[in-house]
Design a protein around this ligand. Structure first.
Ligand code: SF4
Length: 188
């Protein structure tokens, strides 16, 4: 049986590996308790996708569950526009595009390819500004990079010493639950 890594956690792992441990602890409890404003907005941006209400166009697939056996990852895409062979990930706001977000889109892409879909373009879509931000296809080098990153994710031990960055902690939704810092986050 495959042990898939959820695509949605790749960005969190870059932000702080220990947050994955806390995420898993709180996913087992009341997830709502751990959500801060930015993440709640992010979830709202995906609600119509999760409920498959976003599009009735025949050439679009929304909220499809995807997996990639080769990389050991699974998750959901936002929107695949078949006519354009375009895979889109929506965000409420996009001031910067972080490497973790790109890894998430790459991960969705490799899942789609393994599942037999044709994808020739990738993009983020910012809801607040109604703008599309194209992202280059990862190619073989990107696949190797992503595989290496997933390898680090799989081998992470939460008991290991981690680099605590107080600035990140201040903006971390798990801050109040974390035993690595005494700091208060900006959401309280
Ligand atoms: S509070 Fe700091 S150390 Fe703890 S999970 Fe968040 S970023 Fe990591």
């Amino acid at each position: 049986m495959y042990d898939y890594i959820p695509i949605s956690t790749l960005n969190d792992f870059i932000f702080c590996p220990y947050s994955i441990y806390l995420h898993n602890v709180y996913m087992g409890g009341d997830e709502e308790m751990a959500h801060a404003v930015p993440q709640t907005r992010g979830k709202a941006a995906h609600t119509s996708i999760d409920e498959k209400k976003y599009s009735t166009r025949k050439d679009e697939i929304v909220g499809l569950s995807v997996y990639c056996n080769e990389l050991g990852i699974a998750g959901k895409i936002d929107i695949y526009k078949g006519n354009e062979k375009l895979l889109v990930e929506r965000k409420y706001q996009l001031n910067n595009i972080y490497q973790g977000q790109i890894y998430q889109l790459w991960a969705q892409y490799f899942c789609m390819i393994e599942m037999g879909y044709e994808v020739e373009r990738l993009a983020f879509y910012a809801i607040a500004s109604n703008k599309l931000f194209p992202v280059e296809l990862p190619g073989n080098a990107g696949k190797e990079e992503l595989a290496g990153f997933i390898g680090k994710f799989k081998s992470f031990n939460p008991e290991e010493e981690i680099m605590v960055n107080q600035n990140k902690c201040r903006h971390c939704i798990y801050c109040n639950l974390c035993d690595k810092t005494e700091i208060e986050n900006v959401y309280t």
